[in-house]
Write a protein that binds this ligand. Structure first.
Ligand SMILES: Nc1ncnc2c1ncn2[C@@H]1O[C@H](COP(=O)(O)OP(=O)(O)OP(=O)(O)O)[C@@H](O)[C@H]1O
Ligand SMILES: [Mg+2]
Length: 638
């Protein structure tokens, strides 16, 4: 081909091709029930006061097919808007493009891949109904709007139309004009999900994902959405039984609870209501508050006292850590390790303590570091500063929180620990270890300083107990500048906020300690875990799982060698030795920071698995060595 000579230029916009692949890819990256979030938020953004995840009962009665229907009384869409908003990938009636704005893809990407036979949208504006049908062409694989042969009632002319008046549809077993609940009057929208074939029941969600739990939809919304405005009501039509044979065969079954038959309309209340649970008889949120972290992230915490009500699986029964972004919770987790980084170990306390993190939002205009949501809206990322699309630094936030532990949580920790085992009376072992490792072990403390941005209650450790003793390595001068932690004569240091201006400072902090904990306080199967931020031990604490069978075996082995009346003493000593050895491992690993990156030491060498392996390696080896050597050598006569 002969190319022409350049005179002037303009831009040809990019063209989109193979949109179905983008739709499918985004769907794959999203999580279970994403479509619930997308349809709910669309309805809320349309100003709906009532949103109902119901069942389309006409097809139940005519075909035995249970289709999910989402109805709202928002502003609705006119015929031309229906086509514009649902035919265009990236098209919608709201501002699109900004990092915190809409993307124009939510409903399409979350619904189409598992509703290839169709999604019917019927919408009313000023009482007038219009309907579209989105589907996938089985031949080309493309998604699009079905085109209907339609007759103009005035002229009798037949044309091909993507938008029609809702009609009686024999194949689908329903009349689309009758899907409107009576509480939608002039304005509103109903979306009906048809699944991949005309006979699909879609009330159990996408069959390719774990969405078939009968309470799943409710549970998802009550974990994902933080709260609803007082004038918005969200309900879910929910079967009482997972066995399909026990589902009602007509709308008359709604409201029947008898013998676990039937179907109920359940009100969705949002995650916050289930934490606070006002009206519970035997317990309540006894204290709550907000801690501001260094980078502007706020952490809301809620501490429950007494019995938790039985929430079953409609929402989260017990404590969790989550990040809140624009009224939605992300990364909801209950893992030991997450709580541990907040300085919380005890299972009983974790069950009644919630942390809701509210980081700053990313501001692209100023470049301010902050969070935004990923395209599939299933995860949050951080951007700004040197971070671009990085995962959230939950560990850093948690460590910062642990340094500012509210007094009420501290009191709860002490109360839980007072009932458990694991107090250590004899601290001489720590003194021995501190002589070997203490000068390397540095911790953050608050120190009184004029004009400091923080405050301190000097002379107090976080627990209200005196600071851990810092022993000087032999020969080290007591006035050495680096060795200012612990029992220094000037009482200008502490761990809790107080009346005196202060700044944070890194000081030599003694040596970690260890605590005996039950199995439920560490990761399943692990013998130990390292908790670097502990409100009672600024220098960190090793958690030793005293319920681990391997430790019990070791205890029995040693008990067998001593008279029965000393069994308790032997047990205590074995646990003590393993605790000390675990602390020595942690202290020793500090030295490796001169040859390995700090995060490798913290996250890998001190992981529960690594610590467990280190301790397992110590078990029984003395006995093996004693036997071998006894067989080969003669003991030295001292
Ligand atoms: N229930 C509804 N009531 C009124 N309008 C709706 C409803 N659902 C969708 N729309 C319209 O359809 C458009 C497309 O919705 P879609 O969820 O695909 O994208 P979006 O909401 O614009 O962006 P996002 O990707 O952030 O969800 C919306 O912008 C809105 O104008
Ligand atoms: Mg949307």
């Amino acid at each position: 081909m002969n190319l022409r000579t350049h005179i002037q230029s303009r831009l040809l916009g990019l063209q989109a091709q193979g949109i179905q692949h983008q739709v499918d890819r985004t769907y794959r990256e999203g999580g279970a029930f994403q479509w619930v979030r997308e349809t709910l938020v669309n309805a809320q953004e349309a100003g709906a006061k009532r949103i109902h995840f119901g069942i389309e009962w006409q097809a139940v009665e005519s075909m035995g097919v249970y289709r999910r229907l989402i109805a709202d009384d928002g502003r609705g869409m006119r015929a031309d808007e229906l086509v514009g908003f649902f035919r265009t990938f990236g098209g919608g009636g709201k501002p699109i493009g900004g990092v915190h704005e809409n993307y124009g893809v939510g409903s399409k990407t979350s619904l189409l891949p598992w509703n290839k036979h169709g999604i019917v949208v019927v919408s009313w504006v000023n009482g007038e109904a219009a309907m579209i049908w989105l589907a996938r062409d089985p031949e080309s694989g493309e998604y699009g709007l079905r085109v209907f042969a339609a007759k103009d009632p005035a002229t009798g002319e037949t044309t091909q139309e993507p938008v029609v008046a809702p009609f009686k549809d024999r194949e689908s077993g329903c009349d689309w004009s009758l899907v409107k609940p009576d509480w939608i009057t002039e304005h509103g929208t109903v979306v009906v999900l048809l699944g991949d074939t005309p006979s699909c029941s879609t009330i159990e969600g996408d069959p390719g994902r774990a969405e078939d739990d009968i309470k799943g939809l409710c549970a998802y919304l009550n974990r994902r959405i933080w709260q609803f405005p007082a004038d918005v009501e969200v309900t879910v039509q929910e079967m009482m039984h997972s066995d399909r044979r026990r589902w009602p065969s007509s709308v008359a079954g709604v409201g029947q609870r008898r013998e676990a038959l039937g179907c109920v309309n359940r009100v969705v209340r949002g995650a916050r209501a289930f934490i606070e649970y006002s009206g519970a008889n035997d317990g309540r949120v006894a204290s709550s508050g907000t801690v501001e972290l260094r980078d502007g992230t706020a952490v809301d915490w809620y501490l429950w006292e007494g019995e938790r009500p039985s929430i079953q699986s409609y929402a989260a029964q017990s404590g969790y850590v989550a990040t809140l972004y624009r009224n939605e919770l992300y990364d909801v987790g209950q893992h030991h390790a997450t709580y541990r980084s907040f300085g919380i170990t005890e299972a009983k306390l974790r069950a009644r303590l919630w942390f809701v993190l509210r980081p700053m939002e990313f501001d692209p205009a100023s470049g301010r570091r902050g969070i935004y949501s990923r395209t599939d809206r299933n995860a949050l990322l951080i951007s700004g500063g040197r971070d671009a699309g990085a995962p959230l630094p939950i560990g850093d936030w948690a460590a910062d929180f642990a340094d500012r532990m509210p007094a009420e949580i501290l009191a709860a920790i002490r109360a839980e620990r007072a009932t458990g085992s694991g107090t250590i009376d004899d601290e001489r072992w720590r003194e021995r270890l501190a002589e070997r490792f203490g000068d390397r072990w540095r911790i953050t403390k608050l120190r009184a300083r004029d004009g400091g941005t923080e405050t301190v209650e000097p002379g107090q450790a976080g627990a209200g107990s005196p600071p851990a003793p810092i022993l000087r390595a032999p020969g080290a001068g007591a006035s050495s500048g680096r060795r200012e932690g612990g029992r220094k004569s000037r009482n200008d240091m502490g761990s809790v906020a107080g009346a005196i201006a202060a700044a944070r400072s890194q000081v030599a902090g003694g040596i970690p300690t260890f605590r005996r904990v039950p199995a439920c306080d560490v990761d399943p199967g692990m013998l130990a875990a390292w908790q670097p931020h502990d409100p009672e031990h600024a220098e960190g604490v090793v958690l030793l799982n005293v319920e681990r069978p391997v430790l019990e075996t070791e205890i029995r082995r040693w008990q067998a060698e001593y008279p029965p009346h000393q069994a308790d003493l032997v047990k205590d000593e074995v646990i003590q030795v393993f605790g000390e050895l675990a602390v020595a491992k942690i202290a020793h690993s500090e030295r490796l920071k001169s040859i390995l990156p700090g995060p490798t030491v913290d996250q890998e060498l001190r992981s529960p698995a690594a610590l467990t392996m280190a301790l397992l390696g110590l078990m029984g080896s003395d006995a093996v060595l004693a036997d071998r050597l006894a067989g080969k050598c003669r003991r030295r006569v001292s």
